[in-house]
Write a protein that binds this ligand. Structure first.
Ligand code: SAM
Length: 263
């Protein structure tokens, strides 16, 4: 199926095995991807389901029929929430795109003491579109949720993930890798929905870093301060390093421990 194009749709667009395509989706499939009536593509509902879909024409425009559900498991065996302080400019576009490629489950834009960017509703819509496009491109089954921006204190207070880490660029803290590799890997079967998955939250600061007070408050709410290494990473690089470490720690465990030839 790798050669088929993917389209993210909402669950509300699917009724009686048909997708009610929006004007933009019809334009994208027909004018951008050059698909014609009868051509196939993969529809993803962003909640873990993929279907083989066939484009069909009617007088009012194009729609698609779902022929069969496709079994796939492209997701990390752990649910990861990225709480990222908003970097200046369009830096958060990059954070959303690359975090989606790396398997993040949800993204919480955070305003902090040193955040310079003032988030707006159009920006949030833009980040959600970027997440949907990146999920299509990287063949994700889910489209990560991009939440409304929240102040740092509220984000750490409301955080319900089991394992919580705050990345701090200076100081003597454990490396995130050491923390992750100490966690129990989930036992197979690993498919989402088949068992309760581990949940992790990772907080990354803005260009100016977290204030001491923010780090202290996060610790009070169960976050462990962690290092990502000896070098100071950009605010857009640090989330990618953290998420890559999560992937390395958990995906390597997808096989039975005695299958060393596979690992
Ligand atoms: N101005 C800060 C300083 O000089 O220490 C650097 C902030 S850094 C550009 C932005 C954010 O990335 C930090 O708040 C932290 O969350 C994360 N970060 C960058 N490098 C890191 C490292 N080596 N270890 C842990 N976190 C790091």
């Amino acid at each position: 199926m790798a050669q088929l194009q993917r389209l993210a749709v909402t669950a509300a667009q699917i009724l009686a095995n048909q997708i009610d395509l929006t004007r933009e989706q019809q334009h994208y499939l027909n004018r951008v991807l050059r698909l014609q009536a009868g051509d196939r593509f993969i529809a993803m509902d962003g909640r873990g389901h993929w279907w083989l879909a066939i484009l069909e024409a009617q007088e009012t425009g194009l729609f698609a029929s779902l022929t069969e559900e496709i079994a796939a498991n492209m997701e990390l065996p752990v649910a990861v929430t990225l709480m990222a302080a908003l970097p200046k400019g369009n830096g958060f576009d990059e954070v959303v795109r690359q975090a989606t490629e790396l398997g993040v489950t949800s993204i919480v834009p955070v305003t902090s003491d040193r955040t310079l960017l003032k988030p707006s509703a159009p920006k949030v819509d833009r980040w959600r579109r970027i997440a949907a496009e990146a999920a299509e491109q990287s063949e994700r089954q889910i489209v990560p949720a991009v939440l409304e921006p929240v102040p740092f204190d509220l984000a750490v207070k409301d955080c319900s993930q089991k394992h919580r880490f705050i990345c701090v660029s200076r100081g003597e803290n454990r490396h995130l890798w050491d923390c992750l590799s100490g966690l129990e890997p989930p036992q197979p079967p690993l498919a989402r929905g088949e068992q309760e998955v581990e949940s992790i939250a990772i907080a990354v600061g803005p260009e100016g870093g977290w204030t001491d007070g923010e780090v202290q408050r996060a610790i009070e709410f169960g976050f462990e301060p962690v290092s990502l290494g000896s070098r100071i990473l950009r605010a857009v690089t640090a989330p990618m390093v953290a998420l890559s470490l999560v992937g390395a720690a958990f995906e390597k465990c997808q096989f039975p421990k005695n299958s060393s030839e596979i690992c």
